[in-house]
Structures are given as structure tokens and as C-alpha cells.
Ligand binder design. Structure first.
Ligand SMILES: *Cc1c(COP(=O)(O)O)cnc(C)c1O
Length: 359
């Protein structure tokens, strides 16, 4: 067996310790006599898994009591439509910051349900910047302000929580949740698919302040109604039980690493290594303004595009996989989520230097 360094944007590399534990527990979980995937979601064993999952997420992110934590299906993409349906609360407008491909999708889907006010857009810079907060046009009649805290495709990340000028703040944290510290109290709603930084695909975490829910129109199907799911421990339908379990293992692994503060330090040094390698070279470049560079997804282009194929092939020969950039941006992209060890980033920067020397 030879596991490679996997730089995929998602589904993405998982901590090896988690995979080994899942392997070890595959046939029998604790003393239950069965595999987690065979358990009733309402049985006593799965109830323990579900309770520990929520408790571990609450403790890692310091989620206050007045926030509900939901584990839903449909990915972050479903939330693009479900957020306006659930929390417009009679309002007709919502504000969105447009900083890349994912916020753009969120905007398009929300337009079915409300008037979207694009408070700011960095489209003019091809999504390589975050517009100055002083230039945003916030509509105070809007139900909320939505932004994408990390643009997975463009490699742009907010380094602090934006000022929503009193509107409930809604954030798509799919690709940087659990990677850095933030104060949940500053948010109305946070959502994230699990397949970037929390484990396998199949679960979408929604953390929502309880005063924002409970007013969705009857046209919203119960399984997509936040209040209904909150009242039913996210088990209005059969949840993705095995994915819940795996996410739970990732959270326990993260606690073992020292929690968010410790992983944030590791993420800072991994990203610094890679950006330094890019900035010092004359072959590679990253187009994002320095203050908005993502710690999680690092796109870079080669000065000579005709070398792209050779770069990918040579990287794979060196055990470095999934470096091809998103088709809309081109070039390369290295996703270095929590589970990517520093050794993987070191191997990548060494390979990049060697490739530059020989090309
Ligand atoms: C991956 C991603 C999504 C889409 O997630 P799905 O689970 O495929 O719906 C949405 N937003 C961001 C920021 C992402 O990285």
C-alpha cells in the first residue's frame, strides 16, 4: 500500500488516524455487536454517536446555548436555496457579498426566493481581492448579509469576521470551518459541507441562532425546515449515519491535536511555506492579493502554461496528487486542509523547486 499526499479540494484528505480507527471499528463499534452503518439511528448506540458529535462540535467551536446545531443532507448547495426560505422571516431582500464562484452560486440560487442586493463584488479583479468594507452597500431592510468565508476555487479568504452593520451574518464556511478561530456569537447562521475539513461527504452542518428559525412558510418541506429538524435532532428522516460517525471521529482527532487554536497555528505555517515557495520562484505565481490569500486553498499558475501537463504528471510520480486547478481558473491548486500534514506541504514545495530547476 502506498498512500499519496492528496491535495484535492473536496472530498479531500482525511487524517490517517481517523481512517485507521474506522477500519478497526468497521465490524463492531465499541461493544455494540455491529457496525455503525448497520445501526438504527434511533438505537442507544447511535444515540451516543450523535450526542458526542454535537457535543464535540459545540466544544471545539464554543457554540453558545442559543444556537441550534443541525446535521443535514443536500450539501452546502442545498443551503443556497434553504437559507432564504428559512430565515427571510417575511422580509423580501437579502444582502450578499460576491467574492468568487461559491458566493456567485449562492446569489443565483437565492434570487428565486428574494431580491438579492449584491453589497459588494470583486468580479472586476477576477475575484482576487475582497472589496473594502467601506465600499459595501448594506440595505438595512434586508433579512441578512451572506458571505463565503473562504472561496475554495479562487483561493480568497476573509481574515476576520465582516461587519454586517447589524444584519444577521450568514457564512458559507464549507472550506475553512474548524481551520481557524472565530466567535460564533457574531453570526446568525453558519453552514458547511463536511467533505472539505470535517471528513467525508454526506453531511451539511448548519449552526443557527434560535431566534432566526421557526417562521418558515409551509411550502418548505419539513426535512428542509430548520425548526422542524432542530426539534427532531436532525432525524426527521434517516440521517447519513455513517458519515455522522466519521465526522465525529474527525472532531475527536481535532481535539486530540489541541483543538482550533493548535490547528490554526499549523495551518498558518503550512500556508506560509507554500506561499513563500510560490513568491520566491519565477515559474509559479498566485494572483490573489496578499491580505486575502486563503490558508486552505492555494491556487498557482505556471509562467509557461504548456508545462502544466508535465507538472501534474511529475507531481504524481512523486506521490503528490490532485493538484490540477479548477477548470474555471486553470493552473494548479493545492488544498491544504487540517488533515494535510506539514510533511505533505514540504514534499510539495521541494518538488516545485526541483521542477523549476529542471524546466
Ligand atoms: C464545496 C463547496 C460548496 C458546495 O458543496 P456541496 O456539498 O457540493 O454542495 C459550497 N461552498 C463552498 C465554499 C464550497 O467549498
Amino acid at each position: 500500500m502506498s498512500r499519496v499526499y492528496n491535495f484535492s479540494a473536496g472530498p479531500s484528505a482525511a487524517p490517517e488516524a481517523v481512517l485507521l480507527q474506522a477500519q478497526q471499528e468497521l465490524l463492531e463499534w465499541r461493544d455494540s455487536g455491529m457496525s455503525v452503518m448497520e445501526m438504527s439511528h434511533r438505537g442507544k448506540h447511535f444515540s451516543i454517536i450523535a450526542e458526542e458529535l454535537e457535543a464535540d462540535l459545540r466544544s471545539l467551536l464554543v457554540i453558545p446555548e442559543n444556537y441550534k446545531v443541525l446535521f443535514l443532507q443536500g450539501g452546502a448547495s442545498a443551503q443556497f436555496s434553504l437559507i432564504p426560505q428559512n430565515i427571510l422571516n417575511g422580509k423580501t431582500k437579502a444582502c450578499y457579498l460576491n467574492t468568487g464562484a461559491w458566493s456567485d452560486k449562492a446569489i443565483k440560487d437565492a434570487q428565486t426566493y428574494c431580491d438579492v442586493v449584491v453589497s459588494a463584488s470583486s468580479e472586476a479583479t477576477k475575484f482576487t481581492t475582497i472589496p473594502e468594507a467601506s465600499s459595501w452597500t448594506i440595505d438595512h431592510q434586508a433579512a441578512y448579509l451572506h458571505y463565503t468565508s473562504n472561496e475554495t476555487i479562487h483561493g480568497v479568504e476573509f481574515q476576520s469576521c465582516p461587519d454586517s452593520q447589524g444584519l444577521p451574518l450568514v457564512s458559507d464556511m464549507s472550506s475553512n470551518i474548524l481551520s481557524r478561530s472565530f466567535d460564533v456569537n457574531q453570526f446568525g447562521l453558519i453552514y458547511a459541507g463536511t467533505q472539505k475539513n470535517m471528513g467525508p461527504a454526506g453531511v451539511t452542518v448548519v449552526i443557527v441562532r434560535d431566534d432566526l428559525i421557526g417562521h418558515a412558510p409551509k411550502t418548505v418541506p419539513p426535512v428542509f425546515n430548520y425548526a422542524e429538524q432542530a426539534n427532531n435532532q436532525s432525524m426527521l428522516n434517516t440521517p447519513a449515519t455513517y458519515s455522522w460517525y466519521l465526522v465525529g471521529l474527525v472532531l475527536k482527532w481535532l481535539k486530540g491535536q489541541g483543538g482550533i487554536a493548535a490547528i490554526e497555528q499549523a495551518n498558518i505555517s503550512k500556508a506560509a511555506l507554500l506561499y513563500q515557495a510560490i513568491d520566491q520562484s519565477s515559474l509559479y505565481s498566485n494572483p490573489v492579493e496578499i491580505v486575502s490569500r486563503s490558508r486552505m486553498n492555494v491556487p498557482f499558475i505556471l509562467a509557461d502554461e504548456s508545462l502544466d501537463k508535465q507538472f501534474i504528471a511529475a507531481a504524481e510520480a512523486n506521490g503528490l496528487f490532485e493538484l490540477k486547478g479548477h477548470r474555471s481558473v486553470g493552473g494548479m491548486r493545492a488544498s491544504i486542509y487540517n488533515a494535510m500534514p506539514e510533511a505533505g506541504v514540504l514534499a510539495l514545495v521541494e518538488f516545485m523547486a526541483e521542477f523549476e530547476r529542471t524546466h
